[in-house]
Design a protein around this ligand. Sequence first.
Ligand code: 2DE
Ligand code: MG
Ligand code: MG
Ligand code: MG
Length: 322
Amino acid sequence: HPLWAQYPDIQKELEQTQKTIQHAIKIRNQDIQTVLSQFFESGGKLLRPAFFILFTEFGTVPSQKRKHEYAAALEILHAATLIHDDVIDDSPLRRDMPSIQALYGKDIAVYTGDFLFTVYFQLLASAVQEIDTLDFNAKNMRKILVGELDQMHLKHNIDITVKQYLRHVKGKTAQLFQLSCVEGARFAGCTKRQQLLALRIGYNIGMGFQILDDILDYTATESELKKPVLEDLKNGHYTLPLILAMNRNRQAFAFLEKGTDLTDDDIQQAVTLIQRYQGVEQAIVLAERYTETALKEIKKLPDIPARHILYDVTATLLKRRD
Ligand code: 2DE
Ligand code: MG
Ligand code: MG
Ligand code: MG
């Protein structure tokens, strides 16, 4: 991915991680095999394994092979959640390709995600000895799921608060960034203080990342995003730009309180109102705040190349269009 082109060392590590992934996803079922090889070659940003690897740089890893297994496991968990997310969101596109559920149907997509969960735990078991790590990963997985469940619970609810929204974001996205960073530090035997710092950095990067994802759903084009736009609104996920706009005039948005999908007119009207009440501009302020916090914390890390890469990539993520 172009994001890593200027960091040859990290790029090499990510190539190794990709190889580990390709090796781990071998399965006899031809449909799933083909679909998965393509999916993992389709230009994801590899942020979670990259953050994991970057944080290992602050300590010493027990084995390069096991490091790549752990990094691969994190990307595989991420992929499994995306594949299932596209089933849930009924989304036709992912990374510029038809989503797995669109190409092969929901059954294959669910099984593909399930298969990836097994690969994730096998890679983890190979990468680490401590049962604690498996426990920690299972707990994190559960929090991701609970974030999704809470989000589902508040679909089409115009009374959703910023606080509730931020809780969903923490679960469904920040949790996995946080896990990747803190586990990188822990895997490399960093101090408790550094592990805590890694956790906070991962949390803030993840929050900023998802808020921007939700902003881009309103502001980007489909070709930029390589996935459909206005999907959240269509699906009744009322995210930050809308919530902040609604906070300025709840009455104007009363037509969004629905049990079913919104009509095209509903969507057009909502977009107009979000512009009128500056929902996007307000949301950007929050995304910037999380990113600023992450950058401030990154500066507290030891002054090695990995710190500077972390810093630059985190700053770049706020400017991304996909
Ligand atoms: C992405 O949000 C959400 C990712 C988490 C999905 C988690 C699921 C539960 P978006 P995009 C489905 C997985 C179950 C576990 C971990 C046991 O905004 O815009 O929908 O890329 O993402 O579609
Ligand atoms: Mg989605
Ligand atoms: Mg979703
Ligand atoms: Mg999204």
